[in-house]
Design a protein around this ligand. Sequence first.
Ligand code: PGA
Length: 261
Amino acid sequence: MEVFVYQKYDEISQASAKVVADTINSKPNAVLGLATGSTPLGLYKELARMHKEEGLDFSHVRSFNLDEYVGLSPDHPQSYHYFMHENLFKHINIEPQNVHVPSGTTKNYQAFCEWYEQRIEECGGIDVQVLGIGSDGHIAFNEPGSSLGSRTRIKTLSKETIEDNSRFFDKKEDVPIYAITMGVGTVLEARKVILLANGANKAKAIADAIEGPVSCMCTASVLQLHPDSLLFLDTDAAGKLKMKDYYEWIQAKKPGAPAGS
Ligand code: PGA
């Protein structure tokens, strides 16, 4: 696990966009694992800028989103299909047939989940997986108690997640109760994982994920087992880390870090 602490949200967006862009530049048909939520909005804006101003080319890129609400059609404004189209896909040159977002309206969820896992494998696996974190420590919609070996499946959302996400809906009762989500085991197979978090409401989940035990009670903690996970945090999200000074020291003392730091 590598922990990077920044003063500003924009720095998280730029640092994470650089990882994604480097992946695409070294492998034009890279497979991206993508997340929704408010946290990666700055990353997606930066990728759109890089496409427009620097020619970052998505024409051969494949993508897989982490999750979707069950019951929301792709044109529903709160669906993750819609979110991805509005915030990233329509701003870049990714081919529609290379985009994968779990279906919230399939007639056969079990078959769809199996197909989704197979499709990731057929594409050669995920090169870089973008993650946010829930205030309950979830990654994708793997709520506390999820098996750390879980695969793509239907998950019942926790009350905390429904409360957190109700800000996007007219009323709490409109938040779907079920989601289709990649599993913890699916996420762990990505070759590189980048987790982004900002704001004090993420501080406890981040401390549990980085410094707590590996536990299904905070599914993000499984990243401790991943050989190449990078965590980009702002100072508020890093606020409860006991070893924050050490993480900053590590980055300052890295070969190639600016002199005098
Ligand atoms: P957020 O959601 O980015 O909107 O805070 C993160 C998550 O629930 O994974």
